[in-house]
Design a protein. Structure first.
Length: 267
């Protein structure tokens, strides 16, 4: 099982350790593209701060993020699983996983990134700010820029088994599973169900969405579940007491769509 995750906007800072070693990152086929994005991002942030903030979509209060990007090559690098924070990663709680589940997480999880393309949770990276929605002056929109490199690297990374795609739309733009890989890919939408005046109403709520996705992955890892296909994933999630509505693709080369219906957040 390969689980595709979005990163978090906020990143943990500080800590101690050696700086980034680009050659040590997983998916070495992405190395040339990573080097190009890193170079332009550092150069942009070392120049006109106002322009850098505008390109990165940062407010005045986040000007420190620009300075942080200038130091990316020399800054402390830590495992990506420690760098990414926020609602999804709080619910996933990687640091608290028992050894066996932690090992499964290291094998299964792949975090997409505007700067790195995609990294495993053991890859050591510095704290950075650069979302997939950014349009760099030289390389252009990152979602489109990453497509070529991803098209080569990702089918191999996807292996033979299930691909559980939990990315947000900006990150999904960088790689879309095709052909037989798509047939064993499941995307998940989280719907919040509320009964109003006796009528059920469903809505997509960002917080529920992220927290549920994190919890769902954690539960699969803890259970030692190894679903090999979207149909097996539906069964595995239902066994874990999730309410899942599945829509198999109507034609070949399309992914499965899963709706996970929640009525409340479990902390």
């Amino acid at each position: 099982m390969l689980v595709l995750l979005p990163p978090s906007e906020g990143k943990a800072a500080g800590g101690s350790g050696a700086p980034l070693k680009p050659e040590s990152l997983s998916l070495p086929g992405l190395a040339p593209a990573r080097a190009a994005v890193l170079e332009e991002l550092v150069e942009l942030c070392a120049g006109d701060e106002l322009k850098a903030r505008e390109v990165l979509g940062l407010s005045e209060g986040l000007r420190g993020e620009v300075a942080k990007n200038v130091e990316l090559r020399s800054a402390v690098a830590r495992p990506a699983g420690e760098i990414y924070t926020g609602v999804l990663y709080d619910a996933l709680a990687l640091a608290d996983l028992p050894a066996a589940a932690r090992g499964r997480a290291e094998d299964a999880l792949l975090v997409f990134s505007g700067l790195w393309g995609a990294v495993r949770i053991t890859d050591r990276i510095p704290s950075y700010r650069c979302s997939m929605g950014v349009k760099l002056p030289g390389l252009g929109a990152l979602g489109a820029y990453w497509r070529e490199a991803m098209a080569t690297v990702m089918p191999e990374a996807a292996g033979e088994g299930l691909v559980l795609d939990l990315r947000s739309s900006a990150y999904a733009a960088a790689w879309k599973p095709k052909g037989e890989v798509a047939g064993r890919t499941a995307t998940v939408r989280v719907l919040h169900s509320q009964v109003v005046d006796g009528v059920e109403k469903r809505s997509v709520v960002s917080h529920f969405n992220k927290a549920t996705k994190g919890r769902l992955v954690r539960d699969l890892l803890l259970a030692g579940s190894a679903p090999a296909s979207p149909a097996e994933l539906v069964t595995a999630l239902r066994d874990l007491d999730y309410v899942v509505e599945a829509e198999p693709p109507t034609k070949p080369g399309k992914a499965w769509s899963l709706d996970v219906v929640v009525t409340q957040i479990h902390h």
